[in-house]
Design a protein around this ligand. Structure first.
Ligand code: KG4
Ligand code: ZN
Length: 342
């Protein structure tokens, strides 16, 4: 089975070719440079850039995979959630290809694609979906923080999610307060590596409460007030590094503590993590250590599948086809607010 998948929910234009459980090509054109001067994603610019890039990215994915449009048997695209004008470009492109080629089309939930991305192992052209196991899954990105119980493949319940800012948003906003360039998360991660995480004690919101929900806006505000009262911290490189390390430790503590607690409570043997924030080195290390200590298997999404990409969209679409899930009508539209448990 040969499938072409498209992802344009935010600021990455991505096209992948998936064949028989393997990702043959996963091409991502990032718009980071375009949005850098605005300090965040500008939806109108994002959609124009998707439009500009989509054909070239699709051609490149097919070239790398060694397939031609007429070889494509199925089309898939992210249907939501995401920025409406950005989603529309990839969704329309995939629907148009499906219409012209007369092939079935699948609209895919972006979170659900992240949820299964830890099960894609290796890199194209030798990446493949490995045997799945029930898990507690953390999805952490710029727009969402979700904890889900995946009881069986494509059978999941949302345990909790953020009540305000997402973890990635918290990284990005704190980085902005410190004066770091966009996107702040990776930059803060690099500086924190050489800082003292015990230099400042920031709150761990909702960490000790029984709920599986998250909250990060109070932590961002705590850093803001800290900087108002201690502006001198930003005057030295070591002061900045310590601040980054202390803020990062608070975010990661909350994510790891709540994920492990849910896994133990539900008695699952496996924990997975996916989404852009899973690139964070402290989060990866802490999850590894804690899972090892509690005898839990850990599956972290490969770096290539952490941030937004069409490979994960294609793999999930293929799993749905194998389970005889009906195709999506071509008259169906994007769903920018499509929740994971809808
Ligand atoms: O999944 P993703 O590419 O896009 C969304 O669906 O939001 O995630 C992007 C988010 C951004 O907030 C970015 O700052 C964060 O992931 N991120 C990181 C790191 N790499 C990316 N946050 C912390 N440390 C990192 N190394
Ligand atoms: Zn995402």
């Amino acid at each position: 089975m040969t499938l072409l998948a498209i992802e344009t929910s935010c600021d990455e234009t991505s096209v992948a070719v998936v064949q028989d459980g393997g990702v043959l090509a996963n091409v991502v054109a990032s718009q980071v440079k375009l949005h850098k001067e605005y300090g965040g994603v500008v939806p109108e610019l994002a959609s124009r850039e998707h439009l500009r890039n989509i054909h070239a990215v699709a051609h490149e994915a097919m070239r790398r995979a060694g397939v031609k449009p007429q070889d494509v048997e199925y089309l898939a695209s992210t249907q939501g959630p995401g920025l409406p004008s950005a989603l529309m470009i990839g969704f329309q492109a995939a629907q148009t290809m499906a219409f012209v080629l007369g092939k079935p089309f699948y609209g895919i939930n972006h979170h659900e694609a992240h949820l299964y991305s830890p099960w894609i192992k290796g890199t194209p052209p030798r990446a493949c979906f490995e045997e799945f196991r029930p898990s507690v899954s953390l999805i952490v990105s710029g727009g969402h923080t979700i904890l889900a119980h995946v009881r069986a493949e494509q059978e999941h319940v949302v345990l909790g999610s953020t009540v305000d800012d997402a973890a990635g948003e918290c990284f990005d906003k704190i980085a902005k307060l410190i004066g770091l360039p966009y996107p702040g998360g990776p930059c803060l991660d690099r500086l924190a590596a050489n800082g003292n995480s015990s230099a400042h004690l920031f709150p761990r919101p909702l960490m000790q409460v029984a709920s599986d929900d998250f909250s990060f806006s109070g932590l961002k505000t705590a850093v803001r007030y800290f900087l108002r009262d201690h502006p001198d911290v930003l005057e030295s490189a070591s002061g900045i590094r310590d601040l980054c390390a202390s803020a990062q430790a608070a975010i990661v503590d909350v994510l790891v503590t709540k994920t492990l607690r849910a896994a133990r409570r539900l008695g699952v043997g496996c924990v997975t993590a996916s989404g852009g924030v899973t690139c964070n080195r402290l989060l990866r290390t802490k999850l590894e250590n804690e899972c090892c200590e509690h005898g839990l298997e850990l599956r972290l999404a490969n770096q290539e599948y952490c941030t937004d990409n069409a490979g994960m969209v294609g793999i999930l679409a293929e799993r749905k086809i194998l389970r005889n899930v009906p195709a999506t009508e071509l008259s169906v539209e994007i769903n920018p607010y499509w929740a994971l448990d809808d």
